[in-house]
Design a binder for this molecule. Structure first.
Ligand code: ATP
Length: 578
């Protein structure tokens, strides 16, 4: 999956700052005032020293006044710093929410054919680990870093204004800190991108093993999957250790470098004072300013790692916007309901075509059954018809528009694929239904559940607000009904049925079939028929063999022709008669 470039991250960060520019200006302004107030204390301390040294007039009274002034400004600085942090935290919270919402919006807007091929673990890692790290950094680190930067700039300017020579001496001694940070920053971005990528790989290995647990068990792949997961864990650990190693160099180095400006100013200041070039108070004030600089610089060092890690995560979260979608999604509404497949070829691996030159036109309102031996390509054709994938050559269109180009909200108004692979969220019944039609009213939702025979809704005290998994659990038939109620709400003109009931136990299958029957009414239905009875009841039957459509016609026509379908029918008839 793509990762946003530095330029894209910069642009996204700037637009996030601009989106809340009042808050940003507020944070910087209040910070500036706090830092300015903080400069007065050391200045007055220098005056105290100079006053005592001069020793003339009311020394005690002057020192008292100066000390009171220093105390007052320290209190003012504390209050303003607290206020600046509060503004910063609020800004961070809002921006974190904006980043998360953008990620969610972009992910949900991905066409199903694109979303279906994304590595689930990586996407989950970006939406959880990466987004959380960005949110935490925006909440905690960014406000403190802003405070630290403004404070550091004020201190440096103050020491330069106080005495340019001492200021320059302090700045020269800061070069060591700059070198340490530069060395670290150069290596940190790739290191933290590697940490995030290997963590996602690890999550992907675990998620895909869990998803395919049955296959793993059936084919005895436990050892292989353990090895794959262990290799991913090893890579993640070594990437993390590499990133930690950078810190073990940065921190001791920067500790020493941070002490140097104070030492330098005291040495040079001492010499200048000895030669009567500066007053003792000025040297003390400059030394205190540079000593105070350690605070913000330490904060910056401490958060630098967090900022680097979060920067890499921010690039991964923003990278979702760069997922290639091949073709632009259609903007205009498609009104014609006719589904056509023209010379469609499809291959999963790029080596062997599992669909070859399929031509098919489905009439609005008709019931079409697709039959064929296992592996003939029925499910693959169903996926193309449902817009979950696009043919490599040829086209699958609704009213002339490629189905796979329809945005998700339009797609589900046209065609829905019903399989047993439905998902019920641990959420309220209402929220589970609103996925299909965000504007649905309570009446519409109740009517949809009623249409699929979900009478159990009346037994639930909380009704539509019942939390599934917490307040109530649904059995297989209930879960099917809930997912079919979503179909009723989406109200597509075409339904594609793939293994809708074949794997269910007989009682659940019977209930589901009844619910399904009401959903099918008045719609175009394309059913992958596992039983010839389903094919018999259809308006037309498409027969597939080894990726090709070999026969198309009514039951009677195909039986009469006596080819593939005719022979299958005869065999089945003979078996059921016998
Ligand atoms: N994800 C996949 N990756 C690679 N090959 C696949 C994938 N899914 C299906 N195939 C292959 O594509 C071919 C067509 O499979 P498909 O599932 O469409 O057939 P089907 O007619 O629906 O079979 P069945 O009735 O057994 O479900 C088969 O050879 C199958 O092995």
């Amino acid at each position: 999956m793509p990762v946003a470039s530095r330029a894209e991250v910069r642009a996204a960060a700037l637009s996030d700052l601009a989106a809340d520019r009042k808050a940003v200006v507020g944070v910087v302004l209040v910070n500036g005032l706090a830092s300015a107030a903080g400069l007065v204390g050391p200045l007055l301390l220098g005056r105290i020293i100079d006053t005592i040294q001069a020793g003339s007039g009311d020394v005690l009274g002057a020192v008292d006044r100066l000390a009171f002034g220093a105390l007052l400004f320290t209190v003012v600085q504390t209050v303003l710093s607290w206020w600046a942090l509060k503004l910063g935290y609020r800004y961070g919270e809002r921006t974190a929410a904006r980043v998360r919402e953008r990620f969610l919006r972009r992910t949900l807007a991905l066409p199903p054919r694109v979303a279906d091929h994304l590595p689930a673990g990586d996407l989950i890692a970006r939406g959880s680990n990466d987004a959380s790290l960005v949110a935490y950094t925006l909440r905690a680190a960014v406000p403190e870093v802003l405070v630290a930067i403004v404070h550091a700039v004020f201190l440096v300017v103050a020491v330069l204004v106080l005495d340019p020579l001492l200021g320059l001496c302090g700045l020269v001694c800061l070069i060591g800190v700059g070198a340490a940070v530069r060395w670290y920053l150069r290596r940190a971005r790739p290191a933290y991108l590697a940490v995030a990528a290997t963590s996602a790989e690890m999550a992907d290995a675990v998620a895909s093993t869990a998803k395919g647990a049955r296959t793993v068990e059936l084919l005895g792949l436990e050892q292989r999957r353990t090895e794959v997961t262990e290799a991913a864990v090893t890579r993640a650990r070594s990437a993390r250790l590499d990133a930690l190693w950078l810190r073990t160099v940065l921190f001791p180095w920067s500790e020493i470098a941070l002490a140097l400006p104070v030492v330098g100013v005291l040495l040079v200041g001492g010499a200048l004072y000895g030669n009567d070039v500066v007053s003792l108070g000025t040297v003390v004030t400059a030394a205190v300013y540079l000593r105070q600089l350690i605070g913000p610089l330490d904060t910056l060092m401490l958060w630098i790692e967090q900022l680097q890690g979060a920067g890499a995560s921010y690039a991964r979260v923003e990278g979702v916007g760069d997922i290639p979608q091949a073709d632009a999604q259609v903007a205009q509404r498609v009104s014609d309901e006719r589904i056509r497949v023209d010379n469609a070829h499809y291959s999963y691996t790029g080596v062997r075509d599992v669909l070859r030159g399929i031509d098919l036109s489905v009439r609005p309102g008709e019931r079409l059954a697709i039959v064929g031996t296992s592996g003939a390509g029925k499910s693959t054709l169903a996926r193309l018809l449902a817009g979950l994938d696009r043919p490599h050559t040829g086209a699958v269109t609704i009213g002339g528009t490629p189905v796979a180009d329809l945005p998700p909200d339009q797609l589900r108004e046209h065609v829905v694929l019903i399989t047993q692979d439905h998902h019920i969220f641990h959420d309220t019944i209402r929220d589970n239904l609103l996925i299909a039609k965000p504007s649905a009213t309570d009446e519409e939702m109740r009517a949809a559940l009623d249409a699929v025979g979900a009478g159990w809704l009346d037994d639930l005290a909380e009704g539509l607000d019942t939390e599934i998994g917490t307040d109530a659990t649904l059995d297989d038939a209930g879960a099917q009904q809930l997912s079919l109620a979503r179909v009723v709400l989406a109200d597509p003109h075409t339904l594609i049925l793939d293994e809708a009931t074949s794997l269910l136990d007989p009682r659940t299958a019977r209930q589901t079939e009844q619910s399904l029957a009401s959903v099918l009414q008045g719609r175009t239905v394309i059913a992958i028929a596992h039983r010839l009875q389903t094919a018999h009841d259809a308006d037309r039957i498409a027969v597939m063999e080894a990726g090709q459509l070999v026969e198309l016609g009514t039951h009677d026509e195909l039986v009469h022709a006596g080819r593939t379908y005719g022979k299958l029918w005869q065999t089945w008839h003979a078996e059921s008669d016998g």
